[in-house]
Structure formats: structure tokens, C-alpha cells
Write a protein that binds this ligand. Structure first.
Ligand code: OXD
Ligand code: MN
Length: 598
């Protein structure tokens, strides 16, 4: 079916891609429920999807074992020079990468249907939104895009005959010979996977993977890597941040945007239920924030996505009750375990594990087996509108005004529960030096400390040093209307390896302190690393926590911080002369303050 609105650039591109990739058929997606249902029915029929008896309109997929997470080592930024991509990105010259991608793509859709997905990142028509078009040969990707983006006919109408869009070309890289039976999760071997970005021409070209951020190109590829480069050129911000609204008992609203590396509880914080009486949170987004300075000079944020692609293991009614409520129906589950009564299960869900299940590899599983039943990076794809605490204003085209930025990471030692930056420049330094112990969201070693500035290392589409400069520029533009900046660490452990802070809903106590700092109502003590809550400054009413835990959580450990300085210096060193002078000044400032007796 062809959508009645035509767009010349798009028609030409689809024709070109079809000639290169050689699909058997072309389908223009209209974004309707019928389309979704038809594709799902086909995938159930082929055995790729398992309908879940216990969750209406929900399906389970199992990926190929080689295709379970974003593959950062196969992700490329093709800028004209290597320096423009910077030391934290994999670089290939654009011409060379185009040649490679073209070679791989020749005939790659044989035996498959080419789907054209016009989609909007952000509410259609919002001044902050952008239109993309993904071509893919994966019906699984089409169904995920139905949930994660606004797509189909209404986007074609917004695009119009002459509108511009960001082309996103995707193939699972598994052409079918005549009569060849398809696999339930087709993909290419690791060395043939490429997630390629051409920021100069706003082009995305992904080959060989059907999983998450490698394949749902609106998300990490467009909304972060390409958008971050566009945002720098155009003077706005594309950040790896949740957006949440916190309302005080007096009815004052605070909007918070927070950046954490993958699988650090970002989704939990985005929709947390406060444990402190009278406070309320409403979720606007849980992964990405696009922010522009509004007519009033304040930074306005939208969530460019319309669904959650959340990590399933560890999600429970304790860690994230609102996520559990959001996944009761209309959900795509990937790499979760299947129970005998037709439900999904994963490690960290409350209650006893099932006596028997089918694991993510399709094998029999029972408790006590060494390997987990669900892959540690198993996911749910669910409509954001199903979240019981979704904010009434989450689709407001003008976005919400941001009051507070939070950075953080997973650190078992050194970093206190919460720190407030002295000012914007110090806040940029906190963001730039953010570090976290790695988790399973990305292929690689787990538990290693890595610096992940602004949680953007895998997602910045240009030289990270220039990105730091962009943050300083934005601060200069925002002036007195700039959000206040904080740094948190929920993951501090005792020497015996026990969590010191209960986390989850109790994190609202820390958010409350931040809001009260904005109002000048909460106290703090000045330390060389920033302002920390002093004794009695955090509202701990009703929280049964040993005094030693609080003391440890809010301790400034001079010696441990002194040991951080050389590591920060080393980390900054990789950016050479491109590192902004203002960051160097911050680094020197920290080192000096640590030497002084304050
Ligand atoms: C994600 C990630 O999937 O950051 O959101 O890896
Ligand atoms: Mn993310």
C-alpha cells in the first residue's frame, strides 16, 4: 500500500535503496493498529513471536545469541576527519564506510519485504521534533517502531511533498535464497555488523543486527548520535536523560532531567513513587531528552520517544512498580524467559521463580541452574502512555522547563550520595567526569569502572571535547536561567559489599533536598568536591537507616578523591588541545581545593 502523500526526496531514496538491496516487496507503513496486528500475526505464524496467554496483545521474541545488546565496537562515526569524531568514537572515513555499506547492502533484502517507516521523534509538529524515515527489512523492528515512535500516515502528512527527513537505512543482513527457510531471528555475524553514522549529511546506515539501539534507528542513532551533532550546529541539546516532574506538597512543580549510563536505574528514577508524604512524580521520558531554549529563555525539554525500551531483569514491584504496571498488555518482550502458563519471567522479579521455564535461548530451565533464565539485557518495549504516572503534559509540543540536571553513575566507593555543583562550570565538570561500573546493557566486560561523561560516551556523534564546549556555550546562553546541577550515586557499598542506601522510592528524599536547595530552604556544607547535605539537611523521617550508613553516604573522603585526580587528568588528556580551557580550570581547581585544609 502506498501512502497518498508523496515526497520527492523520499520516493527517490526508496527507489535507490530498493535497487541496491533487492527486496521481494515494498511496504509503506501507515502506523495503524491493523498493520501492527497483521505483522505480529505473521511473526507468530512463522514462529518468530510467541503470544503470551497471561498478557493481552503481548509477544515474546528470542534473539540470536550473537545479537543481544548494542555493539559499541561495531558502531561508527564517519566524519571527514578522525579528529571530528574524537577519541571516544570509532571512526571510518565516510567514503570508505559508504563503500563497505554499499557492498554489504547489495542484494541484502533478497527474499524479504522492505518496509518504509516515516516517523517523528517528538510530538508531531512540535518545534523541537524531527522527522526521520527508516527503511528496514525486519517486521520486528517495524512493530517496535510502532511503540517507540509516532509513525505512519500522520507523519507523511506532516512531512508533506517538500519536507526534509533523516534517512535511516537498516537491514538485518541476512538475504534469503529462493526457497530458503528464514530463521526466527535473522542477523549477520558480529564482524559484519555495522551501525554507521554520517553526521555531516544526517544519514544512518545499520547492517547486520536486529537488536534494540542497533536496529530501532530513531533511538540511539537518530535521537542521540545524529541529533547531538545537529544540536551543536543549531544551538540546542540532545541528551541521554530521563525527564520527570516532581510536585511538592505546596504544588510547586520542578522538572528534572537526569543522565545515567545504561542500566543505572534511569527508568526507575523516571517513574519513581516518592516515599515522602505529599510529594508526587510524573514521568515525561526515561531515556532521551531534546532541549531548546524557549521564548522565556528557559530550557524546554521534550521526550522524543513514545515508548519505553527498558531493561527487564531487576524490574519488580519494589524497584519499579510503575514499569511493572506499564507492561501488563500491548508489550513486546525480547529475551525474557517463558513460563509454562504463558507468561514471561526474569531474574529480580518478585516472588518465587517458576519451577520450570523456557530460557531466552529456548532451553528448559529450572531454579538452581547456573545461567539466568532471561538474558541480563532482556527488554520490554511498551507504550509510554500505559505508564500510570505518565505526565499529562508529556506530549506538550513546547516541552517542559528544566529546573535541575542530575548526573550520576554506579560507584561502590568514593562518590557520595549527592553533591551539588558550585555553579554551571563546575556542573559541566561533574558531568564530564561522570564514571560508572559497567553492566550488561552493552556487550563487554561487566563491573569495570569507565568514565562516561554525561552518560554520552556511546552516543555522542562528534568529538566529545567539542561536546563539552557546547555545554559551556549553552550555559552562557542560559545565564541566570540555567538549571542547577547535581551529582548522585545510589550505589555506594559498605566494605562488606552491602548497599548503604535503600534506593528506589527513597531517592525522592534526595530529590526533595535538591528542590529545597533551589528555593534556598535546605542547608548544605561546602566541601572541595561541591555542596553536600550536612547533618539534618536530608529529610530522613521514617527511614530506618543506621546512622553509620548516612555518615558514610555523605562523607567527603579527601584521600579517595585525591586518588581520583590523576585518573581524571589521564581521561582528559586524550582530548589534547581540544579540551576546553574551562574544564582544565575546573580540574586544577579541584586538585587545589583537595590540597587545602577546607
Ligand atoms: C538503552 C541504553 O538501551 O542506554 O537505553 O543502552
Ligand atoms: Mn539509554
Amino acid at each position: 500500500m502506498k501512502i497518498f502523500v508523496t515526497n520527492e526526496k523520499l520516493d527517490n531514496w526508496v527507489r535507490e535503496v530498493a535497487a541496491l538491496c533487492g527486496p521481494d516487496a515494498i511496504h509503506w507503513c501507515d502506523g495503524s493498529k491493523q498493520e501492527y496486528d497483521r505483522l505480529m500475526a505473521q511473526m507468530v505464524e512463522s514462529g518468530a513471536a510467541t503470544p503470551l496467554r497471561r498478557r493481552p496483545n503481548s509477544f515474546l521474541f528470542r534473539s540470536d545469541p550473537s545479537d543481544v545488546a548494542r555493539t559499541e565496537e561495531r558502531t561508527f562515526i564517519a566524519t571527514p576527519s578522525k579528529e571530528e569524531a574524537g577519541p571516544t568514537n570509532n571512526w571510518i572515513a565516510p567514503d570508505e564506510l559508504k563503500r563497505t555499506m554499499t557492498g554489504l547492502s547489495r542484494g541484502c533484502m533478497a527474499g524479504r519485504t522492505l518496509y518504509v517507516i516515516p516517523f517523528s521523534m517528538g510530538p508531531i509538529g512540535s518545534p523541537i521534533a524531527k522527522i526521520g524515515v527508516q527503511i528496514t527489512d525486519s517486521p520486528y523492528v517495524v512493530c517496535n517502531m510502532h511503540i517507540m515512535t509516532r509513525m505512519g500516515t500522520r507523519v507523511m502528512e506532516a512531512l508533506g511533498p517538500h519536507g526534509d527527513f533523516i534517512p535511516c537505512l537498516h537491514s538485518v543482513g541476512a538475504p534469503l535464497a529462493k526457497g530458503q527457510k528464514d530463521l526466527s531471528w535473522p542477523c549477520a555475524p558480529m564482524e559484519k555488523k555495522y551501525v554507521s553514522h554520517f553526521p555531516q549529511e544526517n544519514l544512518i546506515w545499520s547492517y547486520g543486527s536486529g537488536y534494540g539501539g542497533n536496529a530501532l534507528l530513531g533511538k540511539k542513532c537518530l535521537a542521540l548520535r545524529i541529533a547531538s551533532a545537529m544540536a551543536r550546529r543549531e544551538g540546542w541539546m540532545a541528551e541521554h536523560m530521563l525527564i520527570t516532574r516532581l510536585t511538592s506538597p505546596a504544588g510547586r512543580r520542578y522538572h528534572i532531567a537526569a543522565a545515567f549510563p545504561s542500566a543505572c536505574g534511569k527508568t526507575n528514577l523516571a517513574m519513581l513513587l516518592p516515599t515522602i508524604p505529599g510529594w508526587k512524580t510524573e514521568c515525561i521520558g526515561e531515556d532521551i531528552a531534546w532541549m531548546k531554549i524557549g521564548p522565556d529563555g528557559r530550557l524546554r525539554a521534550i521526550n522524543p520517544e513514545s515508548g519505553f525500551f527498558g531493561v527487564a531483569p531487576g524490574t519488580s514491584h519494589k524497584s519499579n512498580p510503575m514499569a511493572m504496571e506499564s507492561v501488563k498488555q500491548n508489550v513486546i518482550f525480547t529475551n525474557c524467559a517463558l513460563t509454562d502458563d504463558g507468561d514471561i519471567w526474569w531474574e529480580g522479579m518478585e516472588g518465587a521463580p517458576p519451577a520450570h521455564a523456557i530460557d531466552w535461548l529456548g532451553r528448559d530451565w529450572s531454579p538452581g541452574r547456573k545461567e539466568p533464565a532471561a538474558h541480563p539485557n532482556a527488554r520490554f518495549t511498551t507504550p509510554a502512555a500505559q505508564c500510570p504516572v505518565i505526565c499529562g503534559d508529556w506530549e506538550k509540543p513546547e516541552g517542559v522547563p528544566i529546573d535541575i540536571f542530575i548526573f550520576g553513575g554506579r560507584r561502590s566507593s568514593v562518590v557520595p550520595l549527592v553533591t551539588e555543583a558550585f555553579d554551571w562550570d563546575h556542573g559541566v565538570f561533574l558531568g564530564a567526569t561522570a564514571a560508572s561500573e559497567t553492566t550488561a546493557a552493552v556487550i563487554g566486560k561487566v563491573g569495570v569502572l569507565r568514565r562516561d561523561p554525561f552518560a554520552m560516551t556511546p552516543f555522542c556523534g562528534y568529538n566529545m571535547a567539542d561536546y563539552f564546549s557546547h555545554w559551556f556555550d549553552m550555559g552562557d546562553k542560559l545565564g541566570g536561567k540555567a538549571p542547577r546541577i547535581f551529582y548522585v550515586n545510589w550505589f555506594r557499598k559498605s566494605p562488606e559489599g552491602k548497599w548503604l542506601w535503600p534506593g528506589f522510592g527513597e531517592n525522592s528524599r534526595v530529590l526533595k533536598w535538591m528542590c529545597e536547595r533551589l528555593e534556598g530552604r535546605a542547608g548544605a556544607k561546602k566541601t572541595p568536591i561541591g555542596y553536600l547535605p550536612g547533618e539534618g539537611d536530608l529529610d530522613l523521617t521514617g527511614l530506618d537507616l543506621p546512622a553509620e550508613n548516612i555518615c558514610e553516604l555523605l562523607k567527603f573522603d579527601r584521600e579517595a578523591w585525591k586518588a581520583e585526580v590523576p585518573d581524571i587528568e589521564r581521561f582528559f588528556g586524550q582530548f589534547g588541545d581540544r579540551l576546553p580551557e574551562r574544564l582544565k580550570r575546573q580540574q586544577r581547581g579541584l586538585a587545589e581545593r583537595l590540597e587545602k585544609d577546607v
